[in-house]
Design a protein around this ligand. Structure first.
Ligand code: ZN
Length: 157
């Protein structure tokens, strides 16, 4: 994980990032069940599925931007996982994540607050950097007990 991905408080704007990719065009289509978006490197298009809600569109465009940034590669599960992780890291800042988790009653509510879909939030939570985990532990401990934090992570505090 890069130091940049750990930056606090800077909102990532996937639509703005996509607009910067002037050579790619956005299209909408009916895609197969379960497919939210597709990047076509030959046709230089990103196609999003009809019927996505705002959070799904935002999560999907972040995923497709990640594909474009990395360039074409054979679509393996491993590559998909890395892309989903990168998109989740960019879309969900650790501070925002802490606030949402402290406040929300379940993952659905937290995802709504973070303006992402639930699968992307799950990926973010499954791949926390140890320093992020420590930050969340502290943040969530603030809400309730005075649990002692034994880590020495102090960045940006
Ligand atoms: Zn993908």
């Amino acid at each position: 994980m890069s130091a940049e991905a750990f930056t606090f408080g800077r909102m990532y704007h996937p639509w703005g990032r996509f607009r910067d990719l002037a050579h790619f065009t956005l299209r909408w289509a009916h895609l197969p069940e379960g497919v939210l978006g597709v990047t076509d490197f030959d046709g230089k298009t990103v196609t999003l599925a009809h019927g996505l809600d705002q959070a799904e569109r935002r999560s999907t465009i972040a995923h497709e931007v990640e594909h474009i940034d990395r360039g074409w590669s054979p679509c393996t599960t491993r590559e998909e996982c890395q892309i989903e992780r990168a998109a989740a890291q960019k879309l969900i800042g650790i501070r925002e994540l802490g606030e949402a988790l402290a406040w929300a009653r379940d993952l659905e509510e937290a995802a709504e607050e973070l303006w992402v879909d639930v699968p992307l939030l799950r990926v973010r939570l499954q791949h926390l950097h140890p320093a992020e985990r420590a930050y969340l532990r502290r943040r969530l401990a603030d809400e309730g007990t005075d649990e002692q934090d034994t880590t020495s992570e102090t960045r940006n505090q």
